[in-house]
Design a binder for this molecule. Structure first.
Ligand code: DAH
Length: 342
């Protein structure tokens, strides 16, 4: 008859087997399934624990207890380490599976949008005028009769009002609220709100009761310019228009002024620019700010003088890119719009 295996050796054998089993586990699911057999109530270690009562020698029982405790600790630790190992690996795999590549669109580049060519033209104009020392101002698109006409030296029933086919907005006092027909009303708002000297440009959307055709749209864009300072003369106006023309279109372009009439300027002019090939493009209107307009803006015409100008942005973008029909710019046909990258 073989003598029974000493208790401590039995423990060592169980620990050995347990660690081998743990080393072979490959997923947190396997860890969960194996746990009861390794450390549960029916595990080999628990069985050894319950058989400890049969050791009669107290010294022997004590050392067996210590060995059992150490065994339990090492199996627990190995199991815990395996569990977190498996979980980390599984989490990494899951992240990899579920990741979304948000750089895809940037990398391909094919679906990038671009600025509309009117926006591009507006931004270039702003850049050039800011370079000349101007600031940018904006005003409302729904405007009162006062700002759109009256303050610009066009009292009610002034015949010059018919220069603009006006769209009216329904209001308590019929005819008192309009969709602004030009950006000139912003001149008055700027004079009322900014202390002079003023060097401002005012881009924005304007509205006229026009039937769309190749050169007209009922909604289009203008940019207004206003300079108010001491001793401003017509020479300053002509010089500014020329400096702008060269900065915006290039050194081989030049400008000219032709006498004209606007109620808010005196004298008034229209300005054209000459292309490198010698042909002229009509650009807009300008002139010395009328004393009544300075007064409407709260300024003393004895102290301050100034000039103003205004022209269409859409028309300019059309010329620059040789667009035949201005309506093309507003049909949202991507094949058309994609030709003009910013
Ligand atoms: N507001 C005018 C228009 O819409 C353009 C214009 C002419 C603006 C003369 C000005 C100016 O500032 O001085 O036709």
């Amino acid at each position: 008859m073989t003598s029974p295996v000493p208790f401590v050796e039995q423990i060592a054998a169980v620990v050995d087997a347990s660690l081998k089993t743990i080393a072979g586990l490959t997923s947190s699911e396997e860890v969960a399934q194996a746990t009861p057999a390794l450390v549960g109530k029916k595990s080999a270690l628990s069985q050894l624990k319950s058989s400890m009562g049969s050791i009669t020698d107290s010294e022997e029982r004590k050392s067996a207890g210590q060995a059992l405790h150490a065994a339990q600790t090492s199996v627990d630790a190995a199991l815990g380490a395996k569990k977190s190992d498996c979980e980390a690996t599984e989490m990494a795999a899951q992240l990899l599976r579920e990741q979304i590549d948000i750089t895809e669109h940037l990398v391909s580049g094919t679906s990038r949008g671009r600025l509309h060519l009117v926006t591009q033209a507006t931004q270039r104009l702003e850049d050039v005028f800011i370079g000349l020392g101007f600031q940018v101002a904006e005003g409302p698109e729904v405007e009162s009769d006062f700002y759109n006409f009256e303050a610009l030296n066009m009292p009610k029933s002034h015949p010059a009002r018919s220069m603009w086919d006006t769209l009216f907005v329904e209001s308590e006092e019929p005819g008192s609220v309009v969709l602004r027909t030009h950006t000139s009303p912003v001149q008055i708002r700027v004079m009322q709100n900014w202390p002079p000297p003023i060097y401002a440009i005012m881009p924005g959307r304007v509205f006229r009761r026009d039937t769309p055709d190749a050169t007209h749209m009922p909604v289009f864009h203008q940019i207004e310019g206003l300079v108010i300072d001491r001793n401003i003369t017509f020479k300053d106006l002509a010089g500014t228009i020329e400096a702008f023309t060269k900065a915006f279109f290039g050194d081989d372009f030049t400008s000219r002024l032709r006498p004209s009439y606007f109620p808010f300027t005196e004298p008034s002019a229209e300005f054209d620019i000459r292309r490198a090939n010698g042909s002229w493009i009509e650009l807009g209107g300008c002139g010395m700010v009328h004393p009544d307009v300075l007064r409407a803006g709260g300024l003393d015409p004895e102290e301050w003088s100034g000039f103003a100008f205004g022209f269409g942005i859409d028309r300019m973008a059309k010329e620059r890119h040789n667009v035949e029909d201005i309506r093309e710019m507003y049909t949202n046909d991507l094949r058309f719009l994609r030709q003009f990258s910013s």
